[in-house]
Design a protein around this ligand. Sequence first.
Ligand code: SF4
Length: 320
Amino acid sequence: MSLLEVQDLTTQFQTKKGVVTAVDGVSFELEEGEAIGLVGESGCGKTTTALSITRLLPDNGRVIGGSVRMDGKDLLSLSENQMRRHRWNDIAIAFQGAMNALNPVMKVGDQVIESIMYHHGKSYAAARKRTKELFELVEIDPKRIDQYPHEFSGGMKQRAMIAMSLACDPKILIGDEPTTALDVMVQAQILDLLERLRKELKMAMILITHDLSVMSDTCDKAAVMYGGKIVEIGSVQQIIENGTHPYTKKLISSFPNMKGKRVLPESIPGTPPDLSEPPSGCYFHDRCAFAEERCRSAIPKLEMVGAGHFAACHRKEELA
Ligand code: SF4
């Protein structure tokens, strides 16, 4: 049994344009201490997958199918009270946009202390002591506990958000675009920090990112998402070196290669599908250079292309 088993997860939103299926039959597993990257362009369903797993969807969103099992327990069938005990204690999320997530008129330390008191029921003094330990863990000088967010740099705010999500020693940490809006040097420091925390705390991680280089430095496995579906999943090495799906290949060529030969990044032509009116067949067909007739009518299934490596493309064998 895996630590986390997500099976056929399907989530819909009620919008002004009608019903949108933002997560469509997503399945993956996560072992203890393992890290998986959910990658893809904005709007592909990465964050909605995380919000569905943690049951933090906005009011107009609803999981309509599938299961999320953690240690064998189906999180989707728990009452909200039962789920509250698991959220943050077992599975925590560090939200994107640390710059805006902290309350600007409240001391950073107090924001962490408040979260510990609420979720752990600790006294103020015990929560303050724990906050200082967490600051040390994420490499913030504990003397800064009484400073306000405007006295923190962007990287330090992100570290504080990570500290807050670690307050209850979760088994799984979800990092939603943890390096967005940070400069390259600070990005690297945050990724090193996450990697160190994962090893030290033996924590599993789901890293949500649109940036393949972030994923490749930090994760063991990768799931490439497009139009709410996983279109390719495998080890990071399989995805980066032997990515089979045309969208995966485009995603890889759209990022600068830091290690191999220097080539100019390419843009991906077209735009992601409008999920209020999803296209027929393969959702990628109007952007794909390899599309043929059957791609416009039949939805490709996720099928094996190698050991632990799956892709959803009618032409996967030819393109492998
Ligand atoms: Fe391209 Fe067809 Fe494969 Fe879709 S199924 S990615 S359109 S070749």
